[in-house]
Design a protein around this ligand. Structure first.
Ligand code: B12
Length: 461
C-alpha cells in the first residue's frame, strides 16, 4: 500500500521538534509498503502543500500525527483542533485514502477527536504495533476488532459513532523497535533549530492526577538499553554535525534512577560532548545522579514542581512536597546543574492565594529559571460549559501572576509573553545558542526584557 505519514505539527515555540513519534511508527511499518513523510511544520500554506502532494502520490492510507492540541502557551486548544479538522477535510477532498489519527495530542481525548475530525481510525498511545496490524487488516479486508487501542468511526445516516477496542496488555520490548530513520526529517529542523530528540524509555508509573502521560505511554516503565540509546545519538550526530543539543523526551528521566545513571555512564564512557536536557522529578534525585548528569553533558533539567503549596501538591498526588523541591534545588546547585522549575497555576481546587504562595515560594527558592503556566483543561474547546466555567478563574490567575511578574528575572511566563517571544528566540539563535531558552536567560542581562504584555490572558475560544 501507499502510505503518507503526515506530521501536522507547526509549533515553533519553544523550538520546532522533529516528529519523533511518527518516525517510530513509520520505522515499524514494513518496507513492502511505499512510505513517504510529509512534515507540514515549515510549509507556508500547509493545506495547499498537502493537497498538492496527495494529488501526486494518491496514498491508500494517511497516517496523520497530532502531537499537540494545546498551543505553546497552554492558552488554547481550539485553534489546533480547527486546523486538524481542515487537514482531514483536505485529505478527503484530494484522495480516497483511509485516515488514521495518532500522537500525543490525539491520545488525550481520542474518541472526541475522532468524531470531531471525521477520520476513519485513531490509535491512542503507542502506535507501532496497532498501526501495522491495522494495515494488515485493511490490506486483507480482515477484522480489526482485536487490534488494541484502535478507535473506529462508523458513519451513520444521522450520527457517527466510535467503536473502541480495549488496549492489549503486553510487554513492548523497546530494544526490538526499529530506530527512527532521521534521513526522512525535514532538514530545516536541524539547520535552523539544531536540536535532536531521543527517547531512553517509555511509561510513567507516577500518579499525578491531572497528567496525561500514562495515557500516552502507559504506566509500565520499559527501558531501552543505554548502549542502543547512545548508539542512536552518536549515529545521528555523525550524520548531522549541525546538531548542537539533544532533548531526552522521557516523561521523567531520573525515574528509575538506576537506568538514568546507566545512560549517563554510557555517555561518559563514549566521551559524549553535546549538551542535552531532560525532564526530572524530585523523587529519587540524588547527588550521585546530578554529578553523573553533569559529567555526561547535561546542560540543565526541567523539573515539574507544579506548585509551591503542600496542600496543592498533595491534592495533585505528586508524591513530593515543597521540602523535596527545595532539596532538589540544593542538590542541583551543589552539582552545578541548571534547574528550571515548571509550575502549573490555577489547577482545579486551587485558590488565588495558593497561586500567590507558589510564586513566592519559587521566587524565594531562586532556581536557575522557572516556567509558569496557567492550567487549561484539554477538553475545554470541545466542552463550552466547562470552558465558560474555567475561563473567568483563569483570567483572575493571569492577573495575579501579572502583578508579581517582575519579582523574579528568570521567570518565563508564556501566557503573558514574559521572556517568551519569537523575536527573543530568533535573537538567541542568531547568537549561535541552541537548546531551551531558559538555559540562556543569564546571558541576557543587559538586554531589554522581552515582554509582550497582554491586557489579559487569552480565553479558550
Ligand atoms: C518531550 C516533550 C516536549 C519537549 C520536546 C523536546 C523535543 N526536542 O522533542 C518540549 C519541552 C520542547 C515540549 C514542548 C511542547 N509540548 Co511537549 N511533550 C513532551 C513529551 C514529554 C514527550 C514527547 C515525545 O517526544 N515522546 C516520544 C515519542 C516517541 O512519543 P509520541 O510522540 O507520543 O509518539 C508515540 C504515540 O503518540 C504514537 N504516535 C505518534 N504519532 C502518531 C501518528 C499516528 C498516525 C499513529 C497511529 C500513532 C502515532 O506512536 C508513537 C510511538 O509509540 C510529551 C508527553 C508524553 N509523555 O508523551 C509532551 C507533550 C507531547 N507536549 C505537549 C505540549 C502541549 C507541548 C507544547 C505545545 C506546549 C509546551 N509549552 O510544552 C510544546 C510544543 C513544542 C513543539 N514544537 O511542538 C502535550 C501534547 C498534548 C496536548 N495536550 O496538546 C504533551 C502530550 C504533554 C501534555 N501536556 O500532555 N514537549
Amino acid at each position: 500500500m501507499r502510505i503518507a505519514f503526515v506530521s501536522g505539527n507547526r509549533e515553533l515555540l519553544p523550538d520546532a521538534v522533529i516528529p519523533l513519534g511518527l518516525l517510530y511508527v513509520m520505522a515499524a511499518t514494513p518496507a513492502r509498503h511505499e512510505k513517504v513523510l510529509w512534515d507540514l511544520c515549515f510549509e507556508p500554506d500547509p493545506q495547499a502543500t498537502l493537497a498538492q502532494r496527495l494529488a501526486a502520490f494518491q496514498p491508500d492510507v494517511v497516517a496523520l500525527g497530532m502531537r499537540n492540541i494545546q498551543n505553546n502557551d497552554y492558552s488554547d486548544t481550539s485553534t489546533n483542533i480547527r486546523y486538524y479538522t481542515q487537514l482531514v477535510a483536505t485529505i478527503r477532498q484530494h484522495s480516497q485514502a483511509k485516515v488514521v489519527l495518532g500522537g500525543g495530542g490525539f491520545s488525550v481525548m481520542p474518541e472526541k477527536l475522532l468524531l470531531h475530525l471525521g477520520a476513519d481510525f485513531g490509535i491512542a498511545g503507542e502506535g507501532e504495533a496497532a498501526f501495522v496490524l491495522l494495515l494488515d487488516a485493511l490490506e486483507a479486508g480482515g477484522a480489526t476488532s482485536e487490534i488494541g487501542s484502535l478507535y473506529t468511526r462508523q458513519a451513520g445516516a444521522l450520527q457517527s459513532k466510535v467503536v473502541v477496542n480495549a488496549p492489549v496488555l503486553g510487554w513492548q520490548d523497546l530494544d526490538q523497535l526499529a530506530v527512527p530513520d532521521r534521513s526522512a526529517v525535514d532538514p530545516r529542523h536541524y539547520g535552523t533549530y539544531h536540536i535532536d530528540s531521543v527517547q531512553t524509555k517509555r511509561g510513567c508509573a507516577l500518579h499525578c492526577d491531572y497528567c496525561t502521560y500514562p495515557v500516552i505511554e502507559g504506566r509500565t516503565v520499559r527501558q531501552r538499553s543505554p548502549k542502543l540509546v547512545v548508539d542512536e545519538m552518536c549515529l545521528s550526530l555523525e550524520k548531522r554535525p549541525e546538531i548542537k543539543h539533544f532533548f531526552i523526551v522521557d516523561s521523567v528521566f531520573n525515574l528509575p534512577p538506576r537506568h538514568a545513571k546507566a545512560v549517563c555512564r554510557e555517555l561518559i564512557a563514549r566521551n559524549w560532548q553535546v549538551p542535552w536536557t531532560a525532564y526530572a522529578n524530585p523523587l529519587a534525585f540524588d547527588r550521585e545522579l546530578a554529578d553523573l548528569m553533569v559529567a555526561a553533558g547535561c546542560a540543565g533539567i526541567e523539573i515539574g514542581a507544579d506548585s509551591g503549596v503542600d496542600a496543592v501538591l498533595t491534592r495533585m498526588k505528586k508524591g513530593f512536597l515543597r521540602k523535596d523541591i527545595e532539596q532538589m534545588h540544593q542538590v542541583c546547585a551543589a552539582a552545578g546543574l541548571r534547574d528550571c522549575h515548571t509550575y502549573i497555576l490555577g489547577t482545579p481546587g486551587e485558590t488565588l492565594d495558593d497561586v500567590a504562595e507558589s510564586l513566592d515560594f519559587c521566587r524565594n527558592l531562586g532556581p536557575f529559571a522557572a516556567i509558569l503556566m496557567i492550567w487549561l483543561d484539554d477538553t475545554e474547546s470541545l466542552d463550552p460549559e466547562l470552558a465558560a466555567e474555567r475561563t473567568v478563574f483563569r483570567e483572575q490567575v493571569g492577573q495575579r501572576v501579572l502583578q508579581k511578574a517582575d519579582e523574579f528575572p528568570r521567570w518565563i511566563i508564556p501566557p503573558l509573553g514574559v521572556n517568551f517571544d519569537p523575536r527573543l528566540f530568533d535573537f538567541l539563535r542568531a547568537l549561535g545558542m541552541a537548546g531551551p531558552l531558559w538555559q540562556h536567560l543569564d546571558r541576557l542581562s543587559g538586554q531589554p526584557r522581552q515582554r509582550t504584555r497582554r491586557a489579559r490572558p487569552p480565553a479558550t475560544s
